[in-house]
Design a protein. Structure first.
Length: 460
């Protein structure tokens, strides 16, 4: 994890937020490569959801919503986590997380279930205070007057924007149930214990989809979306061995859920949630109908049946997905794998990103810093840049330039050399050397065919 955090900062994926002021509680800024990586993940999700399927449409609703939304959804009353303070060092902890950790530590050692009174402060061993509920919604004021009537909340999930637009989206897109509405956007939670880099932060981006189905078909649809989640991550290169499902125990389900399953990832600190799938039943639509006085039922125009659809919700964090793509792609090769003479026989780092996810698709190197090699390389860069994110690099040996690109996961490096342009008495072949990040194989490809060659290899 430390290596990922170091690489992320050094190569411009993720910086600590407000860094020059010493940072501010677990916020992060995405750098030049991070923003590309995040865009690619968002696009891959959006395309799989709304473009490849014809039963899901998109939405982009406002972050600030009527406070009545949060009253109806139950967030005002119940979106809280159990908080405990250490009486000694004053650190704050999530009581449920401490209990889980202690239970895991005591597994097999005693029969009686672990209780909060058995738990001490993980930081100093001090005694913990009484457990109390802490609402995680962040508050602000709408308009210039800071008064109670102007209080609004930064949304803690994007889902509610979808529920309140159920009718708008369904009628305008002329969709029949079963169909879904997808949305990507920022959510805010005043987490008690943010941490593990971008795994848990207080401001994060969610990619959520609410799929509306006829009651009675919900369990079947749940299975199908569960499979979609696993397939999406493995399609974009995450190893299946690092993924598993965790079924939530009935007594631990959220107030709206009939069933919840998490797709978990094996993080460096252990298995943890990556993508949650919940059967939210007709809870949200019925609550909004009750609180708004608007009819949110659906009429099937073929059978004339009227009902409140059930909702299957796969909800994924974009930042958390990005962390997983980085962790899973990260590989160190001890002693290096280059065979060129200038290779530093050191640890080499490769990010084996899927081409669709990789922030830079190809890098273009002139073998020397002189014309006509540089001119041709610049021209190639400009041509390829119309289609893909590419980089031009002329500094250092080619071996060093390969390693620089391997470290950020660039699938292909293209070198313009003397054979391309020809030398005294020898005509150029108008070909470049294309080197594959994973196989390290090098191929001579005609410049005129380079674009179609890359398109076929990248698949995007
Ligand atoms: P947890 O149990 O980890 O607090 P949750 O069950 O409350 O998460 P959901 O409400 O199901 O999470 O949110 C859906 C997804 O949003 C999660 O699977 C995760 O990928 C992402 N997510 C939730 N909270 C955060 C956070 N604080 N920072 C980053 N991503 C988050």
């Amino acid at each position: 994890m430390e290596k990922i955090v170091g690489l992320a900062k050094r190569r411009g994926f993720v910086f600590p937020g407000s860094d020059i002021y010493g940072g501010i509680g677990s916020t992060y800024d995405y750098g030049p490569l991070g923003v590309l990586l995040k865009n690619n993940i968002r696009t891959a999700w959006w395309k799989a959801m709304t473009q490849e399927r014809d039963d899901v449409v998109g939405l982009d609703s406002a972050i600030l919503m009527s406070p009545k939304v949060w009253e109806a959804s139950g967030h005002l009353a119940g979106f809280s986590d159990p908080l405990v303070d250490c009486k000694n060092c004053k650190k704050r902890w999530r009581a449920d997380h401490l209990l889980e950790a202690k239970s895991a530590e005591m597994a097999g050692l005693r029969e009686a279930p672990v209780e909060m009174k058995d738990v001490r402060c993980p930081a100093c061993g001090g005694e913990l205070g009484e457990e109390r509920q802490f609402n995680m919604m962040m508050k602000t004021f709408l308009g210039p007057v800071e008064e109670a009537a102007a209080v609004v909340y930064l949304r803690p999930e994007t889902a509610q924007g979808i529920f309140v637009n159920f009718k708008n989206a369904q009628e305008s897109a002329r969709k029949r149930v079963p169909f879904g509405i997808a949305q990507v956007g920022k959510s805010f939670r005043n987490e008690i214990t943010p941490g593990n880099f971008i795994f848990r932060t207080r401001e994060f981006e969610q990619m959520e989809m609410e799929f509306f189905v006829k009651p009675g078909t919900d369990e079947e649809w749940f299975e199908s979306w569960k499979q979609f989640m696993m397939d999406w991550f493995t399609r974009f290169g995450v190893k299946a061995d690092n993924l598993r499902f965790l079924e939530h125990a009935k007594e631990k389900l959220s107030h709206y859920s009939k069933r919840t399953v998490d797709l978990e990832y094996q993080y460096p600190w252990g298995w943890g949630e990556l993508w949650g799938c919940a059967n939210r039943t007709d809870f949200d639509l019925k609550q909004h109908e009750k609180h708004s006085g608007q009819d949110l039922s659906y009429r099937d125009d073929l059978t004339n049946e009227r009902y409140h659809p059930y909702v299957i919700e796969p909800a994924l964090g974009l930042d958390r997905a990005m962390l997983v793509f980085m962790l899973d792609a990260y590989e160190e090769i001890d002693g290096g794998r280059s065979t060129t003479t200038d290779a530093v026989k050191d640890i080499e780092t490769v990010l084996r990103f899927h081409p669709a996810i990789a922030p830079i698709k190809a890098a273009i190197f002139p073998l020397s810093k002189k014309e006509p090699l540089t001119g041709i390389a610049h021209e190639l860069r400009n041509r390829l840049a119309r289609r893909w994110s590419v980089q031009y690099d002329e500094t250092g040996s080619v071996g060093k330039r390969y390693r620089r690109q391997d470290e950020i996961g660039t699938p292909f490096c293209i070198t313009v050399d003397f054979q391309t342009v020809g030398e005294e008495g020898v005509p150029g072949d108008d070909k470049v050397t294309v080197r594959d990040r994973d196989t390290m194989l090098q191929e001579r490809v005609a410049i005129s065919e380079l674009e179609s060659y890359l398109a076929a290899k990248l698949g995007c």
